[in-house]
Design a binder for this molecule. Structure first.
Ligand SMILES: [Zn+2]
Length: 167
């Protein structure tokens, strides 16, 4: 469901169909939790939180209108065990794409607070020194289209400054 119908000040009741992490507030809405949300503010119990990132949770189907009997969409985000595998294969992005595809998982965007799962591998464009141990600091990143654009713009600007001798 696209979250575009939400109007500030008009609250709708949503049900979490999976555990949803509310970024910036360190809150996890357990599966089955009901919250009220108007696109910006989330009411949970007697508290109100500024939580615009919940729109992404609605877009990807993790939060549905209370009366909706929808369950989790077929494309899942990695559970803990899948995350371990994903982490082990980080330096082998094409293999990771294949593994995730086989098991029907989608990677969430790596930008903290972004819950989008319509991600793709984005070239990191960094050139950190790396001794081959641990995680490759120049590995490609899983980003949603908006954050991929943002990242590419930022890196291009940094490289332009570097070439101009400003860094
Ligand atoms: Zn993103």
């Amino acid at each position: 469901m696209a979250a575009t119908f939400l109007v500030s000040g008009e609250y709708h009741r949503f049900r979490a169909v999976t555990d949803v992490v509310v970024q910036d507030h360190s809150i996890t809405l357990k599966e089955g939790t009901i919250v009220e949300f108007d696109g910006k503010l989330m009411k949970l119990g007697s508290s109100t939180y500024h939580a615009p990132t919940l729109r992404h949770a609605i877009n990807v189907g993790w939060l549905v209108l209370e009366g909706d009997d929808a369950s989790l969409p077929v494309r899942k985000t990695p559970g803990e065990r899948a995350k371990k595998i994903a982490s082990a294969l980080r330096n082998h992005p094409q293999l990771l794409v294949e593994v995730l595809d086989v098991f029907g998982f989608a990677m969430t965007c790596e930008v903290p607070g972004c819950l989008r799962t319509d991600t793709g591998l984005t070239p990191s464009m960094t050139a950190y020194e790396w001794d081959g141990q641990g995680e490759d600091p120049n590995r490609d990143l899983w980003l949603c289209p908006d954050h991929a654009d943002e990242h590419t713009e930022q890196m291009e600007a940094q490289w332009a400054e570097y070439r101009a001798g400003l860094l």
